[in-house]
Design a protein around this ligand. Sequence first.
Ligand SMILES: NC(=O)c1ccc[n+]([C@@H]2O[C@H](COP(=O)([O-])OP(=O)(O)OC[C@H]3O[C@@H](n4cnc5c(N)ncnc54)[C@H](O)[C@@H]3O)[C@@H](O)[C@H]2O)c1
Length: 327
Amino acid sequence: MTGNRCRIGLVGAGRAATRHASTLATFHDVTVVGVTDPDVGAATRLAAASGGVVATSLAALLALRPHAVYVCVPPDVHGPIEEQILDAGVPLFLETPLGVDRDTPDELARRVASAGVVTSVAHLWRYSAAVARARAVLAGRTIRLVSGTWLDTADDAPWWGRRARSGGPLIEQVVHLLDLLRTLVGEVVEVYAISDDVPPPQVPDADVDGVTVATLRFASGAVGTLASTCRFTGKRRAGLELFADGASVTITEDGCEIRVGGQSEWHAVDREASHRAAARAFVDAILRREARDRVLADYAQAVRTHRLACALARSAAEGRPIRLRTG
Ligand SMILES: NC(=O)c1ccc[n+]([C@@H]2O[C@H](COP(=O)([O-])OP(=O)(O)OC[C@H]3O[C@@H](n4cnc5c(N)ncnc54)[C@H](O)[C@@H]3O)[C@@H](O)[C@H]2O)c1
């Protein structure tokens, strides 16, 4: 790799891409080479801010010979973008969700495995030092009970309120909580979700559910509940409470309280640090093969979390429990 600088292309120039570009700008060994987005104004603004050029198509972006591409696009446009990037043998960093349903991500997971390129998905809780500490405390303990909440608002992006465009809140928002659950408790084998069938009032023409509750059974034998809503006017809380033999853990986006016996400890969750750590792990994995294991959520991991979110959405839509294959 020339001069050990990592050349990165950006697909999508909206809010998520802008945030990633500003994180990448703090790395001395990264250059953003180009940005592509059908919204030329957005591409032009982000290219100017990040130092790259505007590429008029994905093919034009790939012609700039990036070492890796960030894909930060609405959930319903995944598929052809990743296929084109994988065909070029270029590593991928992807924003969540991986798609609006199971089909496209399942097919892409097969293609990623055969391409053998580095992939990373933005499940940022995994990169938090507080979550790592919780994992260490929980290791070897039997987790009995889990209670998760995602109490949020509806996003004002034009694609967000339509199920066919975003997948709905379980797939677009709650997926992060599900990934944290999988990280700490392991695989889920059965879910049963109930939604209220009432869209959030803030979004005109929305057809996504405003409120969902669910029960979960884990392969380990632990059981859990989940409550989510997007009906608030701002984000109230997203997080988990876990009760294990001899220990309990509460994690939100702000901090983590761990109780063991009579002792308790508190660790702040530094979201900016998690963002940086995820980007750094990806860049290091591109620059040095031996650093690949620093990526904590690759496509193969993230697609499992995505399938869990899809199972919950399907359970709510069909009004019945769904069993998941864990193999
Ligand atoms: N991990 C997280 O915590 C997190 C946070 C924010 C957003 N996200 C996710 O990131 C993704 C993008 O969200 P956002 O907030 O940036 O949305 P956004 O609407 O602000 O931006 C999306 C951009 O993608 C562009 N786009 C659409 N089709 C494209 C295509 N075929 N090629 C290139 N660009 C295309 C749009 O023109 C738009 O500029 C969403 O899936 C969202 O759920 C995740």
